[in-house]
Design a protein around this ligand. Structure first.
Ligand code: SF4
Length: 288
């Protein structure tokens, strides 16, 4: 296995973006909130909302003290609004189970609502400096190409944790940098459609490049179309509820213009099931 850690580290030190959560004083709560927001959402959309969120709720206890509706409202147009509800629940759990301090242990983090393998490791590594492999979609693409000689990652994400572990230096702080560097390289250089190999620190050791860029297939799940989807209907309904002056709307007045009434009703039902909306006496509201 070639040494990927050294070129990745050197490149990161020169080229990393100055992102808020990379500053040491950002704190574990800030890192946790940023990781929730960054799931499926680009950095430039996250940063303004993240700033506002942390100004309003600088601690888990501050968020936990407000009703979940406030979290859903402040989530605004970030998309996948269940994340707001989960983040609120996680804040309550952190307050009640961990004295208001974001836990450091991966198992404790995994036990919080809405936190999966990636986020738990990301918080342990980027907030607390512990040594774990952290693998997001960008890292998976870099590993697939540089190590496996594949054009896109395969379906087995667990395998990539072992591959990342294998390239991490033994010192905690150096390992944290390599984790961040692999993600950043995937985001900026080894992009899905147009990798910039001429600017890549791994160009000399990249297995996919050495093999002449074979198309080895793509077994990732395709993202469903947003236009005309239930997701779009849910987003439209939540926008109405967020913007309503009294925070509740008569059920008949919830996106009456929606072209598919069955889809509209299904979207309302699914929001209620997910805990993102409540229906009572013919009115729909955000969760109280
Ligand atoms: S050389 Fe090209 S394909 Fe290989 S890791 Fe770098 S950017 Fe990706």
């Amino acid at each position: 296995m070639p040494d990927l850690a050294t070129p990745l580290t050197a490149w990161f030190r020169q080229n990393a973006r100055d992102l808020p959560w990379r500053h040491p004083e950002f704190g574990a709560w800030g890192v946790l909130v940023s990781e929730f927001m960054l799931q499926q959402t680009p950095v430039n959309r996250v940063i303004p909302l993240l700033d506002a969120w942390l100004a309003r709720w600088p601690t888990p206890a501050a968020l936990a003290a407000d009703p979940p509706a406030e979290a859903v409202r402040a989530w605004a147009n970030l998309g996948y609004p269940r994340r707001a509800l989960w983040l609120h629940r996680a804040a309550v759990e952190i307050r009640d189970r961990h004295d208001g301090i974001v836990p450091r242990d991966v198992a404790d983090l995994l036990a919080l609502t809405g936190i999966g393998d990636y986020t738990a490791r990301a918080v342990a590594v980027f907030a607390y400096g512990d040594r774990h492999p952290v693998v997001d979609t960008n890292t998976r693409r870099v590993l697939a190409r540089a190590v496996d000689g594949r054009s896109q990652p395969g379906a087995a994400a667990k395998r990539d944790l072992a591959a990342m572990e294998a390239i991490l230096p033994s010192a905690d702080d150096e390992a944290a940098v390599v984790n961040a560097a692999a993600m950043e390289l995937g985001a900026l250089v080894c992009t899905a459609r147009a990798p910039r190999c001429e600017r890549c620190p791994l160009a000399d050791v990249c297995a996919w490049r050495a093999a002449g860029y074979p198309d080895t297939g793509d077994d990732r799940r395709k993202q469903a179309r947003y236009e005309g989807s239930d997701r779009q209907a849910r987003g439209a309904i939540l926008r109405v509820l967020r913007d309503a002056a009294t925070h509740e709307v008569a059920l008949d007045d919830v996106i009456p213009e929606w072209p598919d009434a069955v889809q509209r009703d299904r979207a309302i039902d699914s929001l209620i099931v997910d805990g993102l909306a409540e229906a009572s006496a013919g009115m729909l509201s955000l969760p109280r």
